[in-house]
Design a protein around this ligand. Structure first.
Ligand code: SF4
Length: 384
């Protein structure tokens, strides 16, 4: 690090407290790592894209490298499993929240670990803060999950996720995909991987068959009249390079549907210009900008969450300025397991307390209100 980070860090308008020298930065990273809910893991590709001359303001560093000086006290409503995925799992590894859809958690390992991961209760290595619930990528565990899906005819759509499927072998991807496509009542599958955003070179490497497995599944799905899509996760335009363009072009030529899910993160993409640029660049890659998520209420990332007001303002500024079919849905995944709702569909929003409320059509009690709380720094008189 000493060869790329300046001895004295530039502030450049950075108004947070924090390290002033390279040596202090290293100590701050150590402190952040000790207090983080996620282990630290980054691909060489992402490391190469971080602006190490100005690391405090870099939007990629902020997503993956915790700084102790930035970690804030948790809002009392935060939890590790904020979406109650464990409570919605009839079989370990299958999240069945919506009547016709389920998530198949194939693994709990990823090629990178995002600080804001919604599955911080499970994904990655244990940290000093969290002992993780593991989802081992083994056939025996998967068989119980396939069995549940096979005997639940209401299911139509399976999201195969984790963890990240980039850590599975091409044979494992093919096996899981073909098995699900072979279930008569399953009409669609989605494969979740951040791979295109954090290591796109694998998609164009002739010696790497991972993308080949996804392409095979896509072709097989078309023959069967079933949808197969790759769901990926770009958060900032700086993650897109000439390698990404080649990788996305290969998928486009092969007819693979690719959708993107962005998480709205403080200091990363919570301004109109950055979000517009990200949406425009994804569109030019033929990657559908599908969702912008309000950051989930998970522990340890109060510095990364934004008040609901920011996602509302972003949508107001962006919707209508680009083609409707390339405009993402700006959504809140309701804490507790109420499912995704458009942020603008809130029933109430009290900016002085930071509490917004929503109704959910999948709720057993339709009159139940579901709560989202803004991060503490936006209403210090309440929380702190
Ligand atoms: S790649 Fe996805 S599952 Fe893995 S740490 Fe990041 S957000 Fe979590």
């Amino acid at each position: 690090m000493k060869d790329v980070v300046p001895d004295v860090l530039p502030r450049n308008g950075y108004d947070g407290k924090g390290p002033e020298t390279a040596a202090e930065l290293i100590e701050d990273i150590k402190s952040g790592t000790r207090r983080s809910t996620m282990a630290v893991k980054i691909t060489p590709y992402i490391l190469s894209l971080i602006d190490w001359a100005d690391p405090l303001r870099d939007p990629l560093a902020r997503q993956f490298i915790p700084l102790g000086s930035r970690i804030r006290p948790d809002h009392p409503k935060l939890s590790l499993d904020s979406l109650n995925e464990t409570g919605d799992s009839p079989v370990k590894g299958v999240i069945h929240r919506y009547p016709d859809r389920a998530v198949f958690l194939a693994s709990s390992v990823c090629p990178v670990y995002c600080r804001n991961c919604t599955r911080s209760y499970s994904v990655g290595a244990d940290t000093e803060e969290v002992s993780k619930t593991r989802f081992l990528p083994i056939q025996k565990r998967w068989e119980a999950m396939f069995d549940y899906i096979e005997r639940t005819p209401a299911l139509r759509d399976i999201l195969v996720s984790g963890g990240d499927l980039y850590t599975l072998s091409p044979d494992q991807i093919r096996m899981i995909g073909m098995r699900l496509l072979g279930i008569p009542h399953i009409e669609r599958i989605r494969i979740a991987s951040k791979g295109l955003a954090i290591c796109p070179s694998r998609f164009i490497d002739p010696d790497d068959d991972w993308a080949g497995a996804v392409i095979d599944l896509s072709h097989r799905g078309r023959k069967l009249g079933k949808g197969v899509a790759l769901h990926t996760h770009f958060n900032h335009p700086n993650e897109i390079t000439w390698v990404t363009r080649l990788a996305a072009q290969r998928l486009f030529e092969e007819g693979v549907t690719v959708r993107n899910q962005t998480v709205l993160l403080n200091g990363v993409n919570n301004d109109v210009d950055t979000m517009k640029s990200l949406i425009a660049q994804l569109s030019s890659l033929n990657v559908q900008p599908y969702y912008v998520f309000q950051c989930d209420m998970v522990r340890g990332i109060e510095d990364m969450r934004t008040p609901l007001q920011e996602i509302l303002a972003l949508e107001a500024a962006i919707r209508g300025s680009i083609a409707g079919f390339m405009t993402p849905n700006f959504v809140v995944n309701l804490p507790g397991g109420g499912g995704k709702r458009l942020a603008c569909s809130k029933e109430s929003y009290d900016r002085s307390t930071g509490l917004s409320t929503f109704l959910s059509p999948i709720s057993k009690d339709p009159s139940r209100t579901w709560e989202y709380w803004d991060p503490l720094p936006s209403h210090p008189e309440v929380g702190e």
